[in-house]
Design a protein around this ligand. Sequence first.
Ligand SMILES: [Zn+2]
Length: 179
Amino acid sequence: MDFVDQGEISLANITFLGGGSYLQGGQSGGGGRGGLKGAINQARLMLSNMDCGDFIKSVLSKLGYAPNLDSYLREFDRLTIIPTPAGDARSDRDGYPGPGYTAHIAGGVGQSTTVHVDAPGASDLVPTLLHETFHDTLYGVTDQALAVAATGIPRNSSLSQRSASRVASSQFDKHCLPK
Ligand SMILES: [Zn+2]
């Protein structure tokens, strides 16, 4: 499917595409009325938003990939995006969620195509799903490298994984948060 040609689709329409088994009844914000499925649909649709699409293309370029949103969307669609299972490793080790994370790639950066959603109601869930795509097995980008690509901060800046994740996410939020 060529998503670029879908044109503008209002959020009022797409929130009803959710309703799957992940529906978070009554939950406000972030995951929205469509729950996790709704957020996944919104994340796909944000790629046809010019600001978000241009941002993702710019990040792809800076990471050395062709600025091709069709390829990126194909990768996004390969992801298995599920609520964080009970017993999932929770620590502050690199690639694992400590408190305050919205989602993380299972097993750590470059280890999986499964995204565990820690906070399905988080207001930044949609841009975070786009962020997590860069941590999957194809891209395998660390938060430090992602922060550099997303912001243009110097390559040698010594940010912790947690700080780098926040810095990168601030840019994903700025460009790819559904309005
Ligand atoms: Zn990250």
